[in-house]
Design a protein around this ligand. Structure first.
Ligand code: ZN
Length: 184
């Protein structure tokens, strides 16, 4: 039998509706980020830097998918986010994507955050922070500039560890390959 004193303790009170909503959103974010991570793995298999992205509607439908394909497409703009945005915009036949969320495994760069603000997404959710080119707080914080961003909220660090580990593995293997080739 539970102790009455514990039940009465406010610290043990049931979750508030706001807590429950936040927890449900965090669980949904992790699920979509896992899908973006699977797309990033496809990029790695093609020798591309492994970053994956997903555009999701308010009802949870996936409307666009992308992974980094700059090398195979000979396209400096073919980052995962841009590929996924183009797919979603084509599907909806609309250059604006209000109400939609983009998930990406790595903190967006300046180009991608610019494209995503133009799209007027509701949310951007990213995985690992990028201390080299991240434009959501690591190097620059473009989304925080009120004159530029009227529409989009940004959440970082979702599944940051596996998203970052995939990138670290990729670059580790690439360095080993280069050093093997230079010895051969
Ligand atoms: Zn980018």
């Amino acid at each position: 039998m539970a102790e009455p004193g514990l039940i009465a303790d406010p610290a043990c009170a049931a979750q508030t509706p706001a807590d429950a909503a936040a927890q449900a959103e965090a669980e949904a974010d992790a699920g979509f980020m896992a899908q973006a991570l699977a797309l990033a793995q496809e990029a790695a298999l093609l020798g591309e830097v492994p970053v994956g992205a997903l555009v999701v509607g308010a009802d949870g439908a996936v409307l666009g998918r992308g992974f980094n394909r700059t090398i195979i497409d000979h396209d400096p703009t073919a980052h995962a986010e841009v590929v996924a945005l183009r797919a979603a915009a084509a599907q909806l036949r609309n250059y604006r994507l209000p109400g939609l969320t983009l998930y990406v495994t790595l903190e967006p760069c300046v180009m991608c955050i610019g494209a995503m603000l133009h799209a007027r997404l509701a949310r951007i959710v990213y995985g690992a922070h990028d201390p080299k080119t991240g434009a959501c707080g690591s190097v620059l914080d473009v989304g925080a500039v009120a004159q530029l961003n009227h529409h989009t909220s940004i959440t970082g660090g979702v599944l940051a560890e596996p998203c970052g580990e995939l990138l670290r593995d990729f670059f580790r293997q690439r360095r080993q390959k280069v050093s093997r080739e230079s010895r051969a």
